[in-house]
Design a protein around this ligand. Structure first.
Ligand code: IPE
Ligand code: MG
Length: 225
């Protein structure tokens, strides 16, 4: 969800207004994905690199996260959404964490769209955490080193039990991965829009999905004839 700051700047508003408007795009995207029957939507909310930002902006993002978790609860229940969070908990404001946990718990048995929020998430950190856990199991004698395969790694990632993304949407025209789901996106289709996240709406989502539907996915194989 990139470009909140740039969107605000273009409107002559402070950066935080861009984040505020970005939450509206989250609502729109979530509702439309849910309506379309998409299995999972993962949103990159805060990266492990975002801590380099000024403390005032980080405070505001924490406040926004807490508010979102409180204000969206009724909608989450009504839309049968299952909320999951991936990332490291350290550094997240305790109040925001508490509201987040409450929302995750409340929606745990819901069966609709899984809304996965990547908060204080970094792909390399996730892989390092997985490797540390696997090494611990080897050390404890519960796992033989020569049995480690791709499935072992999958099972130790934050995304255990979740499908790999099929489509990666990047807003604000950036053409990079920015440490997002490094392991899981190995075969994701990438779609880039110049629009900033606050301007991301149903029309753009449909455009991305139409483009995705026209791609030929071969996963390294040859086209079927
Ligand atoms: C994305 O918008 C939101 C977060 C990372 C929290 P940015 O804040 O990165 O917006 P730009 O890139 O400065 O425009
Ligand atoms: Mg950015």
């Amino acid at each position: 969800m990139d470009g909140n700051g740039r969107w605000a700047q273009q409107q002559g508003l402070p950066r935080i207004e861009g984040h505020r408007r970005g939450v509206q795009s989250v609502r729109r995207a979530t509702e439309e994905c849910s309506r379309l029957g998409i299995e999972q939507l993962t949103l990159y909310c805060l990266s492990s690199e975002n801590w380099k930002r000024p403390p005032q902006e980080l405070d505001f993002l924490m406040h926004l996260l807490e508010q979102y978790m409180i204000e969206e609860r009724a909608t989450i229940v009504r839309q049968n959404l299952q909320v999951a969070v991936i990332g490291r908990r350290s550094g997240i404001a305790p109040d925001a964490l508490a509201e987040m946990d409450r929302t995750v718990e409340l929606s745990r048995t819901n069966t609709g769209l899984r809304l996965c929020l990547a908060i204080n998430y970094g792909g390399r950190a996730e892989i390092a955490d997985a490797v540390r856990q696997i090494a611990g199991e080897v050390q404890a004698g519960r796992l033989a080193a020569d049995q480690i395969d791709e499935n072992t790694i999958d099972k130790h990632l934050y995304t255990v039990g979740m499908p790999d993304p099929d489509l990666l949407i990047r807003t604000a025209g950036e053409r990079r991965i920015s440490n997002f789901l490094l392991w899981q996106i190995s075969y994701a289709e990438i779609w880039v829009t110049e629009q900033c996240w606050p301007d991301f709406d149903e029309r753009l989502l449909h455009e991305a999905l139409r483009d995705y539907a026209a791609r030929k996915r071969r996963f390294g194989g040859l086209p079927r004839c």
